[in-house]
Write a protein that binds this ligand. Structure first.
Ligand code: 2P0
Length: 348
């Protein structure tokens, strides 16, 4: 079935034709996820909290292929290769196991965010894949179940099932009970109209994948445990600041949480350093904006790119300052929607 045909399809959670298309957006963590306690089930060591973007969507179609002997994967129209392809095949195995099916599938995924550059492409990618694959394989999952499923593809994807702000609960322990307890859900937010100004400093693939980098950090960084402990306290403070709609507190907590996460990586053996000279230029610019009375706060993920949290009314000013300081492309994002089947809303 062509994508155009899916546009006209009725909203569906069961896919009678065995094909479904879903859209999801990346999210940026204000309280970071960095470190797993179970690699296979993708169980994190700490809770995390994010804002879903309204830019850089991923659109993914999953089509069952009953006659095929192997799955096929296409990224932006080209046959998938390497680790990214392997992760999708493993994820399809999880979906098949959940659905009690054996059929192979064709996955066609189209990203508008540069893949592998620390711009959360795996979050939008696996959220869209989870929603599309669940529908194509006829799984009738609610959003909590979809969040758990997306988590198996990539931890941060559990949060992209939801729009606005979402918390991903780490859960406790190991095994099936822990699996059930680790999912994302929306969080309450007061009167807040935030923007994230994304400074695209380097959109090439990163040297060390976040998966490997976080494992190395947990295994070798003496700063990891203190950061994880402080992140728990940051999360509680963040939830309070969000309910109050206090952007300055939200920003301060997010910035210190991100810098702390990068400190854990710098102390890993060998060190993981994603931040570049251009990153520091933007950090200085954001500090200067604050001195000038603009509420602006930085956060960085597994890459050099900086996302600046600010009031939406200040976003153009922040974008201009960052663009001229770092001579880079800048994209302004507001709060985005949760993952959806192309034919309708996912919430039920
Ligand atoms: C986050 N990041 O909370 C953190 C902050 C990057 C830095 O989630 O191994 O691609 O697939 O679960 O989700 C990037 O890690 O890692 C990430 P896996 P993922 O957004």
């Amino acid at each position: 079935m062509a994508t155009a045909d899916l546009d006209a399809a009725q909203p569906c959670f069961h896919s009678v034709e065995g094909a479904a298309t879903a859209v999801a957006h990346p999210n940026i963590a204000l309280i970071k996820y960095w470190g797993k306690r179970d690699e296979r089930l993708v169980l994190p060591r700490t809770d995390s909290l994010s804002m879903t973007l309204d830019v850089f969507p991923t659109t993914t179609t999953v089509r069952l292929a009953p006659a095929a002997e192997a799955d096929e994967v296409f990224f932006n129209g080209a046959p998938g290769v390497g680790e990214a392809r392997k992760r999708i095949l493993s994820f399809l195995d999880v979906v098949r196991e959940t659905a009690g099916q054996r059929e192979r599938a064709v996955v066609d995924t189209r990203n508008t965010v540069p893949t592998g550059a620390g711009l959360a492409s795996s979050a939008s990618g696996f959220a869209a894949l989870a929603v599309a694959a669940a529908a194509a394989f006829g799984l009738d999952l609610d959003v909590t179940e979809l969040s758990r499923l997306a988590r198996r593809g990539s931890g941060s994807a559990s949060r992209s099932i939801f729009g606005g702000f979402a918390i991903w609960h780490a859960g406790r322990g190991l095994g099936p009970a822990a699996d059930l307890a680790s999912f994302a859900e929306p969080v309450s937010v007061g009167d807040l109209d935030p923007a994230l100004v994304v400074a695209l400093l380097n959109t090439g693939p990163k040297a060390v994948s976040s998966r490997r980098a976080m494992q190395r950090t947990v295994d070798t960084s003496p700063l990891y445990r203190p950061w994880a402990d402080s992140s728990t306290a940051d999360l509680a403070a963040m939830r309070e600041a969000l309910v109050k709609g206090d952007l300055d507190s939200v920003g301060e907590i997010a910035e210190r949480n991100a810098l702390g996460m990068h400190a854990t990586m710098l102390a890993a053996r060998p060190a993981v350093r994603y931040l570049s000279p251009a990153t520091l230029t933007v950090l200085d610019t954001v500090t200067q904006l604050r001195r000038d009375g603009v509420s602006a706060y930085s956060t960085m993920d597994a890459g050099p790119n900086v996302k600046v949290l600010c009031h939406r009314r200040d976003a153009s000013q922040v974008a201009d300052a960052v663009r001229s300081a770092a001579s880079c492309q800048v994209v302004i994002s507001g709060c985005g929607p949760g993952a959806s089947l192309q034919s309708g809303a996912l919430q039920r």
